[in-house]
Design a protein around this ligand. Structure first.
Ligand code: GLN
Length: 208
């Protein structure tokens, strides 16, 4: 009998890094996604190491990537998040979170000394869309979704290139704006700002 086969069924727990930026909306989207999927689960904010323990999945939200990385260092969360990723726990980074997941940044990332988590085989251009337009919404074709996803871009980064195990899941024009590498998902846009929980459902389904 394999260990864990009769493990008690417990509610699923999702966490959202709540250090800076767009976190509350992710909690709401995750809770709606659990409901839509008929799964007993709850989402909670994560500010301390202890709150990372036992999570089934994690979101690193949008905001300001330099600030989030500094706060992650200050609250000593970096090594724990790296171990979660290595243990195969699904992690989704949106916008600033997408920047932090990547292995390579741009000139602004180096100039600001932003510490990247370096988990995904991709290079980002941190404010690629911010320079052209502050914010816009577009119906995006996402691999695995039958209908376009209403994607909100706010001072968004773009994924300049992917290599190794990282695969693009969505493009805006020629730009890669969503990618997956095993248990990791990166999005240039903010899925929590539309009334559509399908991308949060993808994250949850990665835990199953
Ligand atoms: N481009 C911003 C940064 O990397 C992220 C913007 C956002 O998360 N809305 O700091």
């Amino acid at each position: 009998m394999s260990p864990g086969r009769f493990a008690p069924i417990r509610p699923m727990r999702a966490g959202v890094l709540f250090l800076q930026g767009a976190a509350p909306e992710h909690i709401q989207s995750l809770n709606s996604a659990f409901q839509a999927m008929g799964i007993d689960g709850t989402a909670s904010p994560v500010r301390k190491k202890k709150e990372l323990e036992g999570l089934d999945c994690l979101i690193i939200p949008g905001g300001e990537s330099t600030t989030i990385s500094k706060l992650m260092r200050r609250f000593d969360l970096i090594d724990d998040v790296l171990s979660m990723a290595a243990d195969g726990i699904p992690i989704m980074g949106t916008c600033a979170g997408c920047v932090l997941l990547s292995k390579e940044g741009d000139e602004q990332v180096s100039r600001t000394g932003t510490e990247l988590l370096g988990l995904m085989d991709m290079q980002v251009d941190r404010n690629a869309y911010g320079r052209q337009k502050e914010s816009f919404e577009v119906g995006l074709h996402v691999d695995g979704l039958s209908q376009p996803f209403p994607a909100v871009f706010i001072r968004a980064p773009l994924i300049k290139k992917v290599w190794g195990h990282c695969r693009p899941l969505a493009h805006h024009g020629k730009d890669i704006v969503m990618a997956r590498q095993d248990n990791l998902l990166a999005l240039s846009f903010h899925p929590e700002l539309s009334n559509d929980t399908r991308i949060h459902q993808i994250l949850i389904s990665m835990t199953l």
